[in-house]
Design a protein around this ligand. Structure first.
Ligand code: NAP
Length: 258
């Protein structure tokens, strides 16, 4: 879509999985990409070079730890030095491993520290990132924000209580943001994904079981792929979605209803 060419996407956590697929979808359509990494600096630099040469856009990667919301301000200042505008913000990155201990698990084993980390990484990262992005979007007459959510806030997924409740919270927060940012011509939506085959899902203790169950439940008889999510996020940022705000689009291969 030509109205996307020359615009800039800021996205967190685009070294792999869903974030990478989203960034590549925008890059393919002529959008410049400012994206973050946490542990995979080399991979991030490689992707920036690849997207620049493949799609003729500008791409730069920046370090970010979503457990440190204070990092968003300097992140956006660094982006300001490299890009002349911000049009889209996608809050995508998610923590795993040690920081989710006490947050990823059965209800009786949940602990405030792990739950708080998931809240910081999910809700606070969305709020602070969107605030910084909105200040830039206002200067160019508007923009679009999308937060990643998951259907684990609608249906039971083993060990997912910490994530599921915070995805519900970020969906609610995105609706509040949509109401208040509308006057800046900024639309805010969420994309709620069913199980998608990424490293994050592979970290589930019952990955094989979730995968088999997803294929069984899906009306389309297959697992979700990162590209399945990227299309919905891209659509929400285009002019085709010009009157869609404060919504959650469920992209789940039909798994949630069964
Ligand atoms: N996979 C699913 O089934 C599924 C379903 C629905 C929704 N989602 C949501 O989609 C989003 C992406 O998930 P994914 O499956 O694509 O995950 P993923 O493949 O594990 O990728 C996670 C990304 O987050 C970054 N990251 C990790 N820890 C970080 C930290 N502390 N600070 C900043 N960035 C950090 C990683 O960067 P480095 O590689 O540099 O460390 C990576 O780019 C998440 O919000 C997730 O909840 C996933």
């Amino acid at each position: 879509m030509s109205d996307m060419k020359g615009k800039t996407l800021v996205i967190t956590g685009a070294t792999k999985g869903i974030g990478k697929a989203i960034a590549e979808k925008f890059a393919k359509n002529g959008v410049n990409i400012a994206f973050t990494y946490n542990s995979n600096e080399e991979v991030a630099n490689g992707l920036a070079n690849e997207w620049e040469s493949k799609y003729g856009i500008k791409a730069r990667s920046y370090p970010l730890n979503i457990l440190e919301p204070d990092e968003f301000k300097p992140l956006f200042e660094a982006i300001d030095a490299d890009f002349d505008r911000v049009d889209f913000f996608v809050s995508n990155a998610m923590i795993y491993g040690r920081p989710v201990v006490g947050g990823y698990g059965k209800f009786m084993r949940l602990k405030p520290k792990g739950l708080n980390n998931i809240h910081t990484a999910t809700v606070n990262a969305f709020v602070v990132g969107t605030q910084e992005a909105a200040k830039r979007m206002e200067k160019v007459g508007g923009g679009a924000v999308v937060t990643m959510s998951s259907t684990g806030n609608l249906i039971y997924i083993e060990n997912y209580a910490g994530h599921g409740t915070n995805k519900a919270a970020v969906e609610a927060m995105s609706r509040y943001a949509a109401v208040e940012l509308g006057e800046m011509n900024i639309r805010v939506n969420a994309v709620s994904g069913g199980p998608i085959d990424t490293d994050a899902l592979k970290a589930f203790t019952n990955y094989e079981e979730v995968k088999a169950e997803t294929v069984k439940r899906s009306a389309l008889n297959r697992m979700g792929q990162p590209e399945d999510i990227a299309g919905a996020v891209y659509f929400l940022c285009t002019e085709e979605a010009s009157w869609i705000t404060g919504q959650t689009i469920v992209v789940d291969g039909g798994t949630t209803f069964r």
